[in-house]
Ligand binder design. Sequence first.
Ligand code: AMP
Length: 592
Amino acid sequence: MIKINSMDWKPIKKTFDKWSVRPTLLDYTTTCASFSWESILKEIDGLPDGKGINIAHEAVVRHAMEGRGNHLAIRWLSRDGAIRDYSYHDLHSQSNQFANVLRQLSINRGDRVFVLSGRIPELYISALGTLKNVSVFCPLFSAFGSEPIRQRLSKGDARVLVTTQKLYKQKVADLRKHLPLLKHILLADVEEDIEEGLWSLPKQMAKSSDRFSIPQTDPEDMALLHFTSGTTGMPKGAIHVHNAVLTHYMTGKYVLDFHPDDVFWCTADPGWVTGTSYGIIAPLTHGITSIIDEADFDAERWFRILEEQKVNIWYTAPTALRRLMRMDIEPCRQYNLSNLRIIHSVGEPLNPEVVKWGQETLELPIHDNWWQTETGGIMIANYASMDIRPGSMGRPLPGIEAAIVQRTNKNDIKIIEEPEVEGDLALKPGWPSMFRGYLHDEERHRKCFVGGWYITGDLAKRDADGYFWFVGRADDIIKTSGHMVGPFEVESVLMEHPSVAEAGVIGKPEPLIGELVKAFVCLKPGFEPAEKLRLEIMGFARKKLGSAVAPKQIDFVDNLPKTRSGKIMRRLLKARELGLPEGDISTLETDS
Ligand code: AMP
């Protein structure tokens, strides 16, 4: 989905007359000029006795020790209407217990602890306990099918998996024979241990002390492993370290605009990076209250939550906002949204129409921001105090240098100084939450850096005032409902079906979810295209990949366009599907 030109929309002027607080970042230029990461380092606590920096210390221990222990940290809203509250003290002691569970299982520094679950309290407690133990927290999206789960557990050398009984039976039990390192499964909803290695989490927690002292943590110790899809090959595990907490804290302050009494709701699932960096860590580092909703999207429920929980800051995604926009609801008349101060959006292009809809219907503009798994935190944003140019992702964070660049050769780039010229969006490396590598994939990591810049994989342009505008992906990665899908993963699974000879997968623009996953399939001899077979392949892919990743459309084709070296030309498949010019097809393989 391509944004329209910057000139077509008038900026939205910002006022704070009705705000109970002032935005922290009041003057962008001055803040950028005086900013240093050293000053942010001074604002975080650090482990006692100079033992380093640990994310969980900043998120919970600090507040429990500094007299904020009774403040509400997390209010969990269950699917069926129950509410469970966790103060900072509660999170502190329960995450201590989880850290002790890991210790008793001989899970140590650097060991990977995966969590596969919906948004349940155990997920949050496991994340914090894992970080306290200096093990590595690796979240998995619960709507994944068994294949993406197997790949990630295997590539991430999973030692522990926290999950629920249902997810275990449906998606994990059959995989265990392929995962020799995965010795311990902790079931969050089972009261008794089932067998050696298949433990009841509540029982293990009950046996464990609620006292735990975080060991020395090097700021460069691995803390988080987030898998993200690539165009070729299997998913990549982006490594983040404890020092990333500086970015989490700093963006909470300057972008999300957290103030001590705020109630914050990030609707993202912790299976994806936004749900961890901002659904868990950033609000806790500011000692504020987070709302966690277990249920899936439901417009009325969402507006009720905003009203009843008196949410001040709401961080959500374009797909959800577009869905709300389509509903026949007049939110400001039907609900009391007077506590809502600021709305943020991330993950995919935010259409200018949605920003305008926010202004008109929610009486608040929507602040787009940009970042990705590899950056670990927000990098480009619309700030509370700055006028919004609808359709723009905003301006780089203080301390972040962003540029539009063009490759001059394999090893170098040139910075495009002129405004309004499209090119690769690049960042100058060195911010604290920059990924430190892809696990077991040094070559892929190295290729992201050219001429001293990190090349993000996105195409963008910058206007004369320094606002960045998203243009598209430079590769074939698909963004569907805000989730990254690698075409190669989908093609590989389709080819496991006995009838499929070859498959090519593209993202097809769709107004609500951004792009839908569409597959073109060539059948093996002896199979004929038929509706029954299409549905069978669709069901097969859905079972293996899960609903978030599987193709929503499948077309049968006689052959797929390929380069002379045999690579499927997805770009061409897409152009043909959309009736667009085919571009350079000089490398296309022909029958002659
Ligand atoms: P992920 O690593 O899954 O968080 O996805 C990151 C990618 O999502 C980016 O590289 C962009 O392609 C896309 N993205 C994130 N935020 C935005 C935004 N505000 N506007 C346009 N695309 C975005």
